[in-house]
Design a protein around this ligand. Structure first.
Ligand code: NDP
Length: 281
């Protein structure tokens, strides 16, 4: 029977730990503040923003909310980011994606001070991760590392295969596994013989963005499988990039969807907010 890695439980533990840390910081007169910017009223984005604000409230992080109309110009948004960059009482700045099509996402994200970039998307933070320096790490892959560590799964020396090479999941995931001394292979849409490569994995992290694509024939007996994907199928049920039903019996451990990687992303965002105070120190 595969161990089911409980992301809900682990994220709740992390949030409790952060709550305690924040309360100690408050008693020393230190307040943590996150500025959350949303442009437009995309319903999915509104749900994400609401959940982030709720998590802040639970932990004791002050959140400042900027809900800008869809028609906001890029200059106006850059102006707000610059003001928040300069404010000593703001530790973290988060711009909810996607942005409206008239905005250049890269330009906006690059404008956030690397010291306040709690999403870990700024090139300076990505570079820091690459060469092993301190900085913010993208929340979802950081959450995967926590899931593995807190489930007692050793990474060092293991054959780790990541499916996907996006800037926010696949690439930082590979770098983090490498930092933990895994032997890492990154696969993508041009990989030949994908099944042969993934079947070597002791730890398989799937961030391919295709519902239930990874079936049992991609997975080695006894592997640990982490499913980053999240989709709603034709019947309205949530599912991942992994075909859970066929893969789970073959694994030593697996994350479910929902309740696996998903809840970790916000927990790690909150962790980055708390860490920002140290980085800015
Ligand atoms: P992207 O679409 O940006 O990247 C997908 C990657 O998979 C690309 O590198 C692509 O390769 C690769 N790929 C696509 N098709 C294949 C294939 N047939 N064989 C091998 N590789 C393939 O997705 P993201 O990285 O942003 O997200 C991945 C998944 O994770 C999605 O399901 C997303 O919803 C989910 N997600 C979940 C989060 C959470 O909090 N749980 C947070 C972020 C994402 P190439 O580069 O060659 O195109």
């Amino acid at each position: 029977m595969a161990q089911i890695i409980d992301g809900k439980l682990i994220s709740a533990q992390i949030k409790e730990e952060l709550k305690e840390k924040v309360s100690k910081m408050k008693s020393l007169g230190v307040e943590v503040t996150l500025a959350v910017i949303q442009v437009g009223a995309d319903p999915a984005s509104s749900v994400y923003v609401r959940n982030k604000k709720k998590a802040c409230e639970f932990i004791g992080i002050r959140s400042l909310s900027y809900e800008l109309p869809e028609g906001t110009s890029q200059e106006e948004l850059l102006d707000l980011i610059n003001k928040l960059n300069e404010r000593a009482d703001v530790n973290g700045i988060l711009v909810q994606l996607p942005l409206p099509s008239h905005m250049e996402e890269e330009k906006i994200l690059d404008a956030i001070s690397p010291l306040k970039d709690v999403d870990g998307f700024h090139p300076q933070n990505v570079g820091a991760l690459c060469i092993g320096k301190q900085g913010f790490v993208s929340c979802t892959p950081a959450g995967v590392i926590q899931l593995l560590k807190r489930s007692g799964i050793e990474i060092a020396g293991k054959e780790c295969v990541v499916i996907g090479r996006s800037n926010i999941v696949g690439k930082p995931m590979a770098l983090l596994l490498l930092r933990e001394n895994g032997t890492v292979t990154v696969t993508h849409s041009r990989t030949k013989e994908l099944k042969a490569v993934t079947s070597r994995a002791d730890i398989l992290v799937v961030a391919v963005g295709k519902p239930r694509m990874i079936t049992e024939d991609y997975v080695k007996e006894g592997a640990v499988v982490i499913d980053v994907g999240i989709h709603r199928d034709s019947e309205g049920h949530l599912c991942g990039d992994v075909d859970y039903e066929s893969v789970a019996p073959k694994c030593s451990a697996i994350t479910p969807v929902p309740g696996g990687v998903g809840p970790m992303t916000i927990a790690m965002l909150m962790n980055n907010c708390v860490e920002s105070v140290k980085l800015q120190g």
